[in-house]
Design a protein around this ligand. Structure first.
Ligand SMILES: [Zn+2]
Length: 406
């Protein structure tokens, strides 16, 4: 008989089965109906038939921008993307809490709501150098036993229009960032070849993936999708490249969107979405049917870009489902997949799920099924995490900061 450290008894699984879950050494060792009674005398906690779901995966965040833990601050930026980019530079350096403290505050909020894995973008620009990366790395280290954190070195202010940023992105990857970012190569840089060739070269040189913010609308965005797919294919980076947002996919004709989906699936380029307010959402069901890996994240959470949110991924799934007009249970379950299994696949998390052998990263919730958990998103009852640190999180930091760079 398998030795078990503790049992959760009477757990409802996503497939409806009522089981006992035995945890041993941070892994799910036993899973079955009445399993606790047949096993050793390990302590048992009766879950009372509530749902047990796997730890959630936030595929797109900005830990360095959050205002979590500070007194309420009204939104200060203007209505354009460029005004938000510039406002970040005037507000973030002068906050009474450091990047590490604010990022840590948000990580705790996310973990309390069942998140066990996340990918965050961190601003890399000429003004702040690698300082924000350093803060997020410190927060990642502090919470390394609660949540895994993938870091994207994000050139928010642009690449070609800010000479020197490519060197900073390269330094960011050498100092702990897991992926290279990018942003609107046409709209921000007005030089798609310059930006994309630059960031893909860094990714290829270090053997890391890319996650590129693409807000560009319509045909302009479609052009960038094509350029990203072409480089992904040429460099053999399939499965390691993500387009964040991809609003253009929802703003072109169905035929053109379908062609783009086919191209993304063939190149191994995934899409992360968050159901943005005021913007067209990409056609999630069509993209998935075409074979594109689509996952989701909260994006901005109570930060300099948006006052909304708490880090609750079930609420995020509900927003995406509401915006996508997902009404039937299989559609709502699809919204859940975006913040769980699909996200785990995109982030390369192998020991995922409420299944024997997986890490015991799970939570319980007073809901009868996945669709109800998403639609009502009641409080998480028992968030547990037994995560293993990501490959870079144990690196010691020895990087120049904005203060030390000349
Ligand atoms: Zn973002």
């Amino acid at each position: 008989m398998t030795e078990v450290d503790a049992f959760l008894v009477n757990c409802r699984l996503a497939d409806g089965r009522l089981v006992d879950i035995g945890i041993s050494g941070g892994k799910i060792a036993v899973l079955g109906q009445g399993a606790a009674a047949l096993s050793n005398s390990a302590p048992a906690l009766d879950i009372g038939g509530d749902l047990a779901l796997p730890g959630l995966v936030d595929g797109h965040m900005h830990l360095d921008k959050t205002l979590t833990g500070l007194p309420w601050m009204g939104h200060a930026a203007g209505s354009t993307r460029m005004s938000r980019i510039e406002t970040d530079k005037t507000i973030l350096p002068h906050l009474p809490l450091s990047t590490e403290e604010r990022a840590g505050n948000l990580i705790r909020e996310c973990v309390a709501r069942g998140t066990t894995h996340l990918r965050t973008h961190v601003d890399i620009d000429l003004e702040s150098g690698l300082a924000k990366l350093e803060g997020v790395l410190a927060a990642r280290e502090r919470y390394r036993d609660r949540v895994t954190v993938q870091i994207v070195a994000f050139p928010q202010s642009g690449v070609v229009r800010c000479p020197g940023v490519l060197d900073l992105l390269d330094a960011a990857v050498r100092n702990g960032a897991d992926l290279v970012g990018g942003i609107d190569p046409l709209e921000i840089d007005r030089d798609p070849r310059g930006q994309l060739d630059g960031i893909f070269a860094i990714a290829a040189r270090h053997g890391v993936g890319l996650d590129i913010h693409l807000h560009e609308p319509g045909e302009m965005g479609l052009f960038s999708v094509q350029e990203i797919c072409a480089r992904t294919k040429a460099l053999g980076l399939g499965g390691k490249v993500t387009i964040s947002h991809g609003f253009c996919l929802g703003g072109v004709t169905e035929r053109k969107a379908a062609e783009a989906a086919e191209m993304m699936a063939a190149a191994g380029v995934s899409l992360v979405t968050h159901g943005a307010g005021g913007l067209i959402m990409p056609p999630i069901e069509m993209l998935r049917a075409a074979g594109v890996l689509v996952f989701a994240g909260n994006d901005d959470i109570r930060d300099t870009w948006s006052p909304y949110g708490t880090g609750d991924l079930l609420e995020r799934a509900a927003i995406i489902g509401w915006k996508g007009d997902f009404r039937r249970d299989p559609q709502v379950e699809l919204a859940f997949d975006l913040i769980s299994t699909a996200g785990a696949q995109a982030l390369g998390i192998s020991d995922y799920g409420v299944t024997i052998g997986a890490a015991a990263n799970l939570f319980t919730i007073a809901a009868s099924c996945v669709a109800e958990a998403v639609a009502a998103h009641p409080p998480r009852m028992l968030p547990m995490s037994f995560v293993r640190p990501t490959k870079n999180s144990s690196r010691t930091s020895a990087m120049p900061t904005a203060e030390t760079r000349s």
